[in-house]
Design a protein around this ligand. Structure first.
Ligand code: ADP
Ligand code: MG
Length: 683
């Protein structure tokens, strides 16, 4: 028997292992099972190159629990180790600067294990004693047993062992009894070892017999040895891809598309990414992309490896070149990882382009399910924008799809304004903006539907990307003004008539919470609606942005400002004007003549003081001006009073306003029921 001390320069590495690697205890199983798989693969390689001439036999890895003995054993029939090799690979572990490093990464077991090549030693996180019983494949080799009880000293003896290979026997310590539970161990094996390339056997398959489950004598294999991503794309059918998807995302809907990744230069990467069908936000984080290293599961947090906008995809990525065992911040700055991320972005774009080219109909059908990914990608990644601009679709309110290029050509003739800008009209709500969409399409315009979650940002970006182009929401102005083709026609109203019409209409607008109205006049021709409501595109966008950007809350608190546009060409508006004149003339005429006189007086006084300094103006004149201004204000109030009193009984005005509100989905509650009642009265 040989006794010795494990070659560590730190006094005792075991307390460090136990103390610091608490968060990820379970990964010891991944480490020992993958060592067993490595040993098995090595033997296969040696056999294939003729260095091992014996029988390979069945090459599987067995995991077994012995509850009574309190052990978890991992056995393989791989290369095994000679005493010499144990000395070299197990005993001589170099821990340079161990303490410093451990302190830095104490919460990241992966980092520590990777740094020290500590895979095997991670077993001491959960064991009070570890035994290795091993017989090397080498001719004439003697079997050895190594054991260590968690101090830096070990024992090594020669033993009898009939079969080639290695048993690792873990004497699970009291705090980690969970690793003696069949359920727990099976769950871990399924998590980490599910796609390992050598059969992992854990217990027996069961069958239902006499009212309970009993073991059969068939070994239970935990893993799928050749998961789809390890096979050649040419060997796989669509059905294979779908089957694999359901294997990793049980219960999910059929995936929309998939992308098989396969590179070997300048880095190694394989994998399959799926575009999931997302029906609700609940589906968003249900399954993630899983990262593997040579078929060993590592993690499902792939930040940095996969660009943000593709984090919603599902599937697997397998790369021996991603430095898995280092910290996350390192991962994000690693240039290899960046290249991988760039590669994935390009592959995704290429694949989408390919589907677009080969099956546009299918692409259009799925557009609404994938547009979230694509718009997010275009917004966040310039390179992706350039690629996606060739297949990204715009959908119009007739549910027709166009590429950017196609759409531009379609609207060029009708929707170019007098300054040569191309105007993209869009709606965000087909129902609420129905009448505007109707008016625009009747005019020969096309209206896009932009009702996606990201569309307001997306529009902002497209406006910058497209040359000489603007996006205008279809309800932001009357149809004639959406696209200004010539200078607008003149409104022929006298000042007095403007005063009258403004008051008559303004006084009858029902109060709307957080809404303010300005009455405006436009000469829109006899065939346009008499009264319309619009909201300025600019103010609306400001408010929308304020809702998501804290710094802009000023805009958010402003009331919604709407324009009530009176079409002065419309016969009904002309009638309102004429009726008002007839009805109010008698009361208004004396007010107006007084007002004229007062205004003349104000003008005279202002004229007189024009070039004078304040102290040169006689006190009496100042007084006179103040009085005149007060009187003018009083007269205007009187005048407004006359008009609004008249308007109160003018059902036509009320009806015109309510109809405009109604077609904007703004007539609600009491105002709506008053409108209905009035409509019956007027019939
Ligand atoms: P790594 O796997 O990164 O080399 P480990 O600490 O996991 O580091 O293992 C150390 C070494 O011990 C391995 O490289 C291998 O030579 C040897 N070893 C561990 N487990 C086995 C096994 N089951 N069969 C043969 N050799 C093994
Ligand atoms: Mg290892």
């Amino acid at each position: 028997m040989q006794k010795g001390t494990i070659g560590v320069t730190t006094d005792n590495i075991f307390p460090i292992i136990k103390k610091f690697l608490y968060s990820d205890h379970e990964i010891f199983l991944r480490e020992v099972v993958s060592n067993a798989v490595d040993a098995t693969q090595k033997l296969k390689t040696l056999s294939s190159v003729g260095e091992f001439k014996g029988e390979l036999g069945t090459l599987d890895v067995r995991v077994a629990i012995d509850k009574e003995a309190g052990t978890l054993t991992i056995s393989d029939s791989g290369v095994g180790m000679t005493a010499d090799e144990i000395e070299r690979y197990i005993n001589q572990i170099a821990f340079s600067g161990a303490e410093e490093f451990v302190e830095k990464y104490k919460n990241d077991a992966n980092a520590i294990i990777g740094h020290f090549g500590l895979g095997f030693y991670s077993t001491f996180m959960v064991s009070k004693k570890v035994e290795i019983r091993t017989l090397s494949f080498r001719e004439g080799a003697k079997a050895v047993q190594w054991s260590c009880d968690g101090t830096p000293s070990f024992e090594m003896t020669e033993i009898e062992k009939a079969n080639r290979g290695t048993d690792i026997i873990l004497y699970i310590d009291d705090e980690n009894k969970e690793f003696l539970e069949t359920q727990r161990v099976e769950t871990l094996l399924r998590k980490y070892c599910r796609f390992l390339p050598v059969p992992i056997i854990f217990g027996k398959e069961q069958e239902w017999k006499d009212g309970k489950y009993v073991d059969t004598d068939v070994d239970k294999v935990i893993n799928n040895l050749t998961p789809a991503w390890t096979r050649k794309p040419t060997e796989l059918t669509d059905e294979d891809y779908r089957e694999f998807y359901h294997e990793i995302c049980p219960g999910a809907d059929e995936p929309l598309f998939w992308i098989h990744l396969n590179v070997d230069y300048p880095f190694n990467l394989t994998g399959i990414l799926y575009f999931p069908k997302i029906k609700s936000n609940l589906d968003l984080n249900r399954y993630k992309i899983q990262l593997y290293c040579n078929q060993v599961y590592v993690t499902d947090s792939v930040e940095g490896v996969v660009p943000d906008f593709l984090m919603l995809l599902q599937g697997v990525i397998d790369s021996p070149d991603i430095p898995l065992n280092v910290s996350r911040s390192y991962l994000q700055s690693d240039s290899n990882v960046k290249k991988i991320s760039t590669y994935i972005t390009k592959k995704v774009a290429d694949r989408l382009q390919e589907i677009f080219n080969s099956d546009r109909k299918q692409f259009e059908e799925k557009w609404n399910d994938i547009k979230l990914f694509i718009e997010y990608g275009m917004l966040s990644d310039e390179k992706f924008y350039e690629r996606a601009a060739k297949f990204a679709l715009l959908q119009n309110t007739d549910a027709k799809f166009f590429t950017f290029e196609e759409y531009k050509n379609i609207i060029a003739a009708e929707q170019t304004d007098k300054d040569g800008n191309l105007i993209y009209l869009y709606a965000t709500d087909k129902t609420a903006q129905y009448s505007y969409i109707e008016a625009a399409t009747a005019r020969g315009y096309d209206v896009l539907l932009m009702d996606g979650q990201l569309d307001s940002h997306y529009i902002g970006m497209l406006e910058q990307k497209f040359e000489k182009s603007r996006f205008v929401r279809v309800d932001s102005d009357v149809v004639d003004n959406l696209i200004r083709k010539e200078n607008s026609r003149e409104v022929k109203l006298t000042t007095q008539e403007r005063e009258a019409m403004t008051t008559v209409f303004k006084s009858q607008i029902p109060t709307i919470e957080k809404g303010e109205f300005m009455v405006m006049f436009e000469a829109l021709g006899e065939n346009s609606a008499p009264v319309m409501i619009t909201q300025s595109e600019y103010m609306r966008r400001m408010k929308e942005m304020a809702a998501v950007q804290p710094g802009m809350s000023f805009y958010g608190e402003l009331p919604d400002t709407f324009n009530l546009i009176v079409n002065t060409d419309h016969p009904l508006c002309k009638k309102v004007l004429a009726d008002t004149d007839v009805a109010c003339n008698e009361a208004i005429a004396p007010i107006v003549s007084k007002l004229d006189a007062v205004n003349a007086e104000i003008a005279r006084l202002n004229n007189e003081r024009k070039d004078k300094k304040d102290e040169e103006i006689p006190v009496a004149d100042k007084e006179a001006l103040r009085n005149a201004e007060n009187e003018a204000a009083y007269l205007r109030k009187q005048q407004e009073g006359v008009y609004s009193e008249y308007a109160q009984n003018n059902n036509l005005v009320k009806q015109l306003i309510d109809l405009a509100l109604l077609s904007n989905n703004m007539l609600r509650g009491e105002a709506l029921s008053r409108f209905v009642k009035r409509s019956f009265d007027m019939l």
